[in-house]
Design a protein around this ligand. Structure first.
Ligand SMILES: [Zn+2]
Length: 314
């Protein structure tokens, strides 16, 4: 089981929300992005379920969360691969009344209260993904028709203006849609298809949307600092002999510093120095910062005060 890209994004937004003060101008935006990411995870889960329940009367492979690179990096929610064709499935867990607009392409959603939100056009996302996947295949001497479909995974969705470039279907009807695609020319053998799907898996480059601060244009100084109590959420818990102690709720955590260092890399920077660690974790001495940084299996470069530590995202 591999972690979905959406989950990295949700995790980052969750940590960012926790350290972003209530009064911050981007608080509401970050919260709504966090809920959207959570909805995305649920939606993709519904698509996964459909593929677990149904099978098809021909050979095929289902690949979830594919991140590849050809003329550019691209990420596809689900790829359905057969010997005859491939399908790019883009899932959208957005409830309410949807209008797929053109000129410019965007997706409008009207919620129950009549409020309208605008999202990136799934049609444009699919078009780009098909183009880049086609190039990726061609670089491996594979020519195969690639179809695209928008999968609506929210139970409370109503389409007012349907898309024109691609079909939009409900997740329950994925099997019906896929069975209707004609099996015309066979483009590859069964072995080739399995080899290709293996190559897609090994070429998968997980995308880490970190650090979150630079991604969302938030100044790191805006965030709460200090080690967080995982039990009550207060910042600035104290390091004592028995571990990190929360004054508010009495929780003791021996490894709270490790979580805080990880948060630094998710939220603030690709690297950390001793003095940054000391400040972020509210440590009294450079020695304790040094001990913590050296205990964490980080990549080290430079010497003494100027040592730079880097996290290895896999
Ligand atoms: Zn606490």
């Amino acid at each position: 089981m591999k972690v979905r890209t959406e989950e990295y994004s949700y995790f980052g937004l969750q940590l960012l929300d926790r350290r972003l003060p209530e009064m911050h101008e981007l608080k509401e935006l970050i919260r709504s992005k966090m809920h959207l990411a959570m909805a995305g995870i649920h939606g993709e889960f519904r698509v996964d379920e459909v593929f677990h329940k149904y099978s098809f009367p021909f050979e095929y492979v289902v690949l979830h969360d594919v991140s590849l690179e050809s003329y550019g990096k691209f990420q596809i929610d689900t790829v359905f691969l057969t010997q005859h064709f491939a399908v790019v499935l883009e899932s959208k867990n957005i409830g309410g009344k949807l209008s797929f607009k053109e000129n410019p392409y965007q997706l409008e959603r009207e919620n129950e209260e009549g409020k309208v939100d605008v999202f990136e056009s799934p049609e444009i996302q699919i078009e780009r993904n098909i183009y880049l996947l086609d190039e990726w295949m061609k670089q491996r001497s594979v020519t195969i028709p690639i179809y695209g479909v928008i999968v609506l995974t929210n139970f409370k969705v109503r389409v007012i203006e349907p898309p024109t470039k691609y079909n939009a279907i409900l997740h329950q009807t994925i099997p019906v849609y896929l069975r209707k695609i004609p099996l015309e020319k066979q483009c590859m053998s069964s072995n080739d298809m399995h080899a290709l799907s293996k190559e897609i898996v090994t070429s998968h480059k997980p995308y880490f949307p970190y650090p979150m601060c630079s991604r969302w244009g938030i100044h790191p100084n805006d965030l709460h600092t200090g080690v967080c109590c995982e039990k009550c959420g207060v910042f600035g818990i104290e390091k004592k002999k028995n571990g990190w102690n929360c004054k508010r709720c009495g929780h003791v955590d021996r490894l709270a510093h490790e979580k805080a260092i990880r948060e630094w890399f998710v939220l603030i920077g690709k690297t950390i120095k001793n003095r940054q660690c000391k400040k972020f974790l509210h440590l009294d001495t450079s020695q304790s910062a040094c001990r913590i940084l050296n205990s964490m299996n980080l990549v080290k470069s430079g010497n003494g005060k100027n040592t730079i530590y880097t996290w290895k995202w896999k």
